[in-house]
Design a protein. Structure first.
Length: 75
């Protein structure tokens, strides 16, 4: 199991990546809450499908996608 320090460092990397994307990536720079909404809904459906399929690897992947959306909104 990962240590708390490792988990915090990983979350810090996520925040750093999001900062860089919002600053340097043209697509990310122009996104708004409204423009991301349909993508977030799509990711949520994909998570639901993975849960229904009992595909734990895909559940993890989709949770990661949703976490990225949450951080995007929070930023």
């Amino acid at each position: 199991m990962n240590s708390r320090a490792y988990q915090l460092a990983a979350f810090d990397r996520l925040l750093t990546i999001m900062d860089e994307l919002r600053e340097k990536c043209p697509w990310d720079k122009k996104q708004t809450l409204q423009s991301l909404r349909h993508l977030t809904i799509e990711e949520t459906y994909e998570l639901g499908d993975a849960i229904l399929d009992n595909n734990l690897n895909e559940v993890k992947n989709e949770l990661g996608d949703l976490l990225l959306h949450l951080v995007f909104y929070a930023k």
